[in-house]
Design a protein around this ligand. Sequence first.
Ligand code: ADP
Ligand code: GN1
Ligand code: MG
Length: 357
Amino acid sequence: MSYNLNKICANFAIDPEIGSYGNGHINDTFLCQSSPNYILQRINQKVFKHPEDIMENIEKVTLHLKKKIIEAGGDPERETLTVIRTIDDKNYYKDEDGNYFRMYKFIDHSVSYELAEDPIQLYLTGKAFGNFQNMLDDFPADELHETIRDFHNTPERVNQLLSAIDNNGAGRLESVKAEVEFALEFRRYANVITKAMVDGSVPLRVTHNDTKLNNVLFDDKTDEVVCVVDLDTVMPGSMLYDFGDALRFCASSAVEDETDLDKVWFDINKFERFAKGSINEMRKKITPKEAELLPVSVLIMTYECGIRFLTDHLNGDVYFKVHRENHNLDRARNQFKLVKDIENKLDEMGEIVKKYL
Ligand code: ADP
Ligand code: GN1
Ligand code: MG
């Protein structure tokens, strides 16, 4: 699909050079080079049915974060996103075809990574997501729209996989029997977090819900964390979602779509570095049940992501961006390899968590 990007930018009173940017799986992201630079995004409406709600959430959340950043003596223009309004004073632009676009200030001199390699970087990422959540501790959760229903409801994700198996929409079921079998075997873990949320031992908090390493920006000179981006899924959730999802990505030995599975394992040293940073930030608020479930949350979030990739492969790649044949299947196999390895390391992970609590 092509868009009249220059016309869209004109609606934000910007006349830049425009090019694709980043490695996100969901939105179309463009770097707008002018002085200063901006980030333009087309919001993926297959994923986000109500773009207005997302933008309302993001404006409220970033305003709240800016206050906290100023109180802490930080730079509110650099340490969180800044939404640019249109010439009609709206926080999005809707084109003639009904596509929604938004504009952010570009965070200059920043980079994001697809693989965590430096131990300090892991510690800083754990700290950054912990701090992000702390800053939202007093945000009124009932003011947030739920941008994707049941986003981390793992049993519901299993149901979505079961429907995809039934429908076999892309005719691929026969070729993924082994992966389906694995997914069904490990569903025994699916309800562990949701059950603890129902009885209140794991409290509902305002969480990020998409704590991938490439949603953190680092300073390209100092390697300090600059800010956490990709705020589309900030909504009520569990700290276990953010902890588990971050480690699924950060503590892997390889990138998320590595196809040589001999290169894919769960790196306990990476886990320890991240856990230290994260638990240091959140120690005061972690409940006993949350502490108990921190290790298994990594398994559950990795499993959940794996079955989401498998579901999308069965459905014909309608959700995540794919860049090659069987890309979602490769991602699912990669996540399942990690799940197996994490299961073997749960006790060791528990000891590490205890050490830092
Ligand atoms: P998606 O939802 O598709 O993952 P993101 O919002 O995460 O989209 O953006 C994609 C990538 O663009 C991010 O991983 C990050 O590297 C980069 N990015 C996003 N917003 C900014 C920004 N304001 N300044 C600099 N880089 C950004
Ligand atoms: C998507 O948008 P991005 O690339 O940061 C997805 C996450 C998945 C992740 C897997 C809104 O994250 O939930 O864990 O891909 N985001 C959405 O890489 O579905
Ligand atoms: Mg992203």
